[in-house]
Design a protein around this ligand. Structure first.
Ligand SMILES: C[S@@+](CC[C@H](N)C(=O)[O-])C[C@H]1O[C@@H](n2cnc3c(N)ncnc32)[C@H](O)[C@@H]1O
Length: 393
């Protein structure tokens, strides 16, 4: 049986804090959740199933298909075990697709530099292909073709096909990223964490490059985020069927709706941010569904019915200056107090001291990581009496 049909373990990775949302997504797609880790979920399926996972999952970074688990306690043993795998059946030895990249995570006291492991594993693969086919594929750091991932802990190495290639956060619509943009996968997790429903208005002041508003539109339409990309690691594994891929894409396209059930509003004080956000939304095919306005946060118009407001203000790690930002956060508090009536307000920030300046009591605090930065998604319930709460603080 080819691996395109053979069931194996699949590791679906995500940023820290995102596992609960990824879990819901995996279950909704009908895949089992076998095991939960801090930054990944283990499920199972065939290599063909990874097409579905790559296409539909919004909160994952990579979809890794387990090829083999090998006993290996030294780099020499890793080379020998990996060299014994039938790589010539998996990877192209010639032509434009004959290129591979090896990545690794190593937790083995005898190894201090993972680059050494990458080279050893890569040599094992290309030497094998050269011995069997007389030709060897090129290799390097680019992840736009075949990617092999090795997870080596103590005397056990797990060898995966990285079916995503480039990480899935790179949806391809953010041509103009601006400063401090949020990863697309994290933005999707933030939206899910708010419990927002597609028929509710979603308001995103301080929208920056528009990631939150764009991800909201994609979720509201049920449009698979992977439809925006046309290059994945699985395409470089022998036996890849473009017909099956096109069918999988078509099924996903047919499921999406065209009309937005609710309203999405994105505003920013910076004109160039709004221009970039609109352009990014256009690349994603959702610009006509988002109302963009250049205005300071407090001037953002809020629709009558109840809904969700999400802000990702600067938090001083990469942009802005703390003193000025204190005023910005106070301004958000005033804006929330004015909003009142049935809205839930959310601030995603990596600076809790600044968050205190909002002056409202938080209802919920969710820990999420933006890269290495521990952040919080803070929930505020906004109602006519919000002002009273601020006095209680
Ligand atoms: C961290 S960025 C948002 C990044 C965004 N989530 C993304 O993915 O690109 C913060 C944004 O807040 C905007 N901003 C700062 N102060 C503001 C204010 N008082 N009113 C409105 N926007 C403001 C900045 O122009 C910047 O675009």
């Amino acid at each position: 049986m080819t691996i395109w049909k053979k069931k194996s373990k699949i590791l679906v990775t995500c940023p820290k804090g995102v596992v609960p949302y990824l879990k819901t997504e995996i279950e909704t797609l009908g895949f089992p959740v076998l095991y939960e880790l801090d930054t990944a979920i283990q499920t199972e399926g065939s290599l063909a199933d990874t097409m579905i996972l790559n296409l539909h999952l919004r909160t994952t970074q990579r979809v890794l298909y387990l090829l083999e688990t090998l006993p290996a306690d030294t780099p020499g043993a890793l080379y020998a075990r990996m060299n014994a795998l039938p790589w010539e059946e998996l990877l192209h030895e010639s032509g434009k697709d004959a290129y591979l990249c090896v990545t690794s995570i190593v937790d083995n006291s005898s190894i201090t530099d993972t680059r050494f492991v990458n080279v050893k594993a890569k040599d094992a693969i290309v030497d094998r292909i050269r011995d069997k086919c007389g030709l060897r594929p090129d290799s390097g750091p680019e992840k736009d073709k075949a990617v092999i991932h090795v997870y080596w802990k103590n005397d056990r190495a797990e060898v995966y096909l990285d079916t995503s290639g480039e990480r899935l956060a790179r949806r391809g619509y953010r041509k103009i990223p601006l400063e401090a943009p949020m990863q697309e996968t994290l933005a999707a997790a933030v939206i899910m964490a708010t419990g927002w429903k597609p028929e509710e208005p979603l308001v995103n002041p301080m929208c920056g490059s528009g990631t939150i508003a764009i991800e909201t539109a994609l979720i509201a339409l049920g449009r698979a985020p992977g439809l925006l990309r046309n290059n994945y690691g699985f395409m470089y594994i022998k036996g890849f069927s473009d017909t099956l891929w096109q069918e999988t894409r078509k099924k996903a396209k047919d499921k999406a709706i065209k009309k937005l059930p609710g309203k999405i509003i994105a505003t920013d004080i910076s004109k160039s941010a709004v221009i970039a956000a609109r352009q990014n939304a256009q690349t994603a095919g959702v610009d006509h569904l988002i109302e963009f306005v250049v205005c300071p946060c407090e001037k953002t118009a809020i629709p009558e019915q109840s809904g969700v407001i999400i802000l990702n203000p600067p938090y001083g790690e990469r942009m802005g200056d703390i003193k000025k930002l204190e005023t910005t956060y106070q301004g958000i508090g005033d804006f929330f107090k004015k909003t009142g009536g049935g809205y839930r307000g959310y601030i995603f920030t990596g600076n809790l001291d600044l968050a205190k300046k909002v002056g409202l009591r938080t209802k919920r605090r969710i820990i999420l990581y933006n890269g290495d930065i521990e952040c919080r998604l803070l929930e505020y319930e906004l109602y006519a009496g919000s002002r009273k709460n601020s006095e209680e603080k």
